[in-house]
Design a protein around this ligand. Structure first.
Ligand SMILES: CC(=O)SCCNC(=O)CCNC(=O)[C@H](O)C(C)(C)COP(=O)(O)OP(=O)(O)OC[C@H]1O[C@@H](n2cnc3c(N)ncnc32)[C@H](O)[C@@H]1OP(=O)(O)O
Ligand SMILES: O=C([O-])CC(=O)C(=O)O
Length: 471
């Protein structure tokens, strides 16, 4: 495997810090946090550029794998063609963020309160800088995100004007793309920006986009499911990113819902570079489209049912199954339902993966969250069905014999948890995924610009030329 983990060229690591926020951040601290991260990043970029140059000089002609016709015809599976700094996926052990497992991140990243879940904005800091932020740094960063989180009037009017019959993913892609009106990167590029400085306005745009995503998503929720009007909550500088998102949504006052959101938003943040949403963001960004247009492309990829939309498909599947089978939920009834699905040529959503060959550790982290709460794991019939299905579906899929990975992926569990907390509108689930997925691909986009990565332009072949080169 390629998983070589070292930290020497990253921003010097700081101690994990206390688990409790110590005091509310002042406005001064709000500004300081992002500027400090930007300055530290500026220093790390100098080293990373040198490292990249040295890798290019020393290994430029070394092969890292071969391209077979199977791979060319098979969605480029296993092709090593992208640089991605923040995370790497191992087929057996799953995702690692800067070499750290999910459990290690849960232990190390700052939390809102002792015993709570890691904060997703701390995951952003970590993915971008390679260092674990202190609790105070993250407290100030959360405040900064809240400070920048209010939507400009033109964007609110645009979202209000969209028909609520548009899929929420279409709405979020439009809303995010429209923010490019205010792109600092696009403006400075137009004025003539030096390539060495591309990353700086990219950084500013990325922070602005991540800050505004909760309000964009909440407004779409309000317009689509509650007939529009003011949001039920407002942004607070003393709340973390997920708590603010929860307050803006106004779906549940259960503190467990906020902790679920924190975990959910941190877990879905990044899954190395080849998945459709990350790759689309990277590809569009490689033409120097600004972060808003680049991530809008990522969101449009996320909206495919084989990728992020599977989150909505899983819950629709589970609810339909619940209606169709007798209420005793005997394993044989579930098994029969799954076989009928497969025989009708449809996929079982939430199962299988393009890379993973074991149960998704993100799925396991969500199940662990649920198992610690009997109201979910023992008393929620929808969750119980999800849980039962996760034991039966792998056997059925293995017997079916087609899928290389019969195990549950992250989408198998996430919707049932949202449903439990009262977020019952399945078409919104992928929007929540999109709020989270901004974190990894946009951190990488800053690095793409800092390292001056070129426009992506792989070679395509006609079928005739494939045959000619293969024979
Ligand atoms: C956050 C995420 O994006 S995680 C993935 C979310 N997506 C889903 O849960 C949708 C259901 N799963 C799938 O469709 C697939 O497993 C994917 C898209 C995730 C991966 O696709 P691939 O890499 O092509 O999987 P794989 O190589 O195992 O596919 C081999 C065959 O098994 C089938 N297969 C794979 N998973 C499933 C499934 N869950 N149900 C039924 N058939 C499946 C494929 O459709 C393919 O059939 P084909 O030979 O007729 O084309
Ligand atoms: O890695 C993939 O191809 C799909 C996935 O699980 C993700 O993007 O989170």
């Amino acid at each position: 495997m390629f998983s070589i983990c070292r930290s020497s060229l990253w921003i010097t690591a700081t101690a994990a810090g206390h688990l409790q926020f110590l005091r509310p951040a002042s406005r001064t601290a709000v500004r300081h946090s992002s500027r400090a991260l930007r300055r530290a990043l500026g220093r790390a970029i100098i080293d990373k550029r040198a490292e990249l140059q040295s890798v290019r000089d020393n290994y430029g002609d070394v092969s890292v794998g071969e391209i077979t016709v199977r791979s060319l015809l098979g969605g480029m599976r296993d092709l090593r063609t992208m640089l991605w700094l923040g995370s790497q996926l191992d087929p057996m052990t799953g995702i690692r963020f800067h070499c750290k497992s999910i459990a290690e991140c849960q232990a190390l990243l700052p939390k809102a309160a002792e015993g709570g879940e890691m904060l997703p904005e701390a995951m952003f800091w970590f993915l971008l800088s390679g260092s674990i932020p202190t609790t105070e740094e993250i407290r100030a960063f959360s405040a900064e995100l809240a400070d920048q989180g209010t939507l400009p009037d033109y964007l609110s009017s645009l979202l209000d004007a969209l028909p609520p019959t548009l899929h929420p993913m279409t709405q979020v892609a439009i809303g995010v793309a429209a923010l490019n009106r205010d792109s600092v990167f696009a403006k400075l590029y137009e004025e003539g920006l030096s390539k060495a400085d591309y990353w700086k306005p990219t950084f500013d745009d990325v922070i602005n986009l991540i800050a505004k995503l909760p309000a964009i998503a909440a407004k779409i929720y309000q317009n689509t499911y509650r007939g529009g009007g003011p949001l039920p909550g407002s942004l607070s500088p003393t709340a973390d990113w997920a708590l603010n998102f929860s307050n803006l949504l106004g779906v549940s006052s259960d503190p467990d819902f906020v902790d679920f959101l924190r975990l959910y938003l941190a877990l879905h943040a990044d899954h190395e570079g080849g998945n459709v949403s990350a790759h689309a963001t990277h590809l569009v960004g490689s033409a120097l489209a600004d972060p808003y247009l680049s991530y809008s492309a990522g969101l449009q990829g996320l909206a495919g049912p084989l990728h992020g939309l599977a989150a909505q498909e899983v819950l629709r599947f589970i609810l339909a199954m619940q209606d169709a089978i007798p209420s005793d939920l005997a394993p044989s009834h579930i098994e029969e339902y799954l076989w009928n699905t497969l025989k009708s040529g449809r996929v079982i959503p939430g199962y299988g993966h393009a890379v993973l060959r074991r149960p998704d550790p993100r799925f396991e982290a969500l199940m662990t969250f649920a198992q610690a709460r009997p109201a979910i794991s023992q008393r929620d019939p929808v969750f119980r069905l999800v849980s039962q299905m996760s034991e039966i579906a792998p056997t059925v899929l293995a017997a079916h014999g087609k899928t290389k990975n019969p195990y549950p992926n992250v989408d198998a569990a996430s919707g049932a948890l949202m449903y439990h907390f009262g977020l019952t509108q399945t078409k919104f689930y992928t929007v929540a995924f999109g709020v989270s997925r901004s974190i990894g691909p946009l951190a990488q986009l800053i690095w793409d610009r800092a390292l001056g990565l070129p426009i992506e332009r792989p070679k395509s072949m006609t079928l005739e030329s494939v045959v000619a080169s293969a024979s």
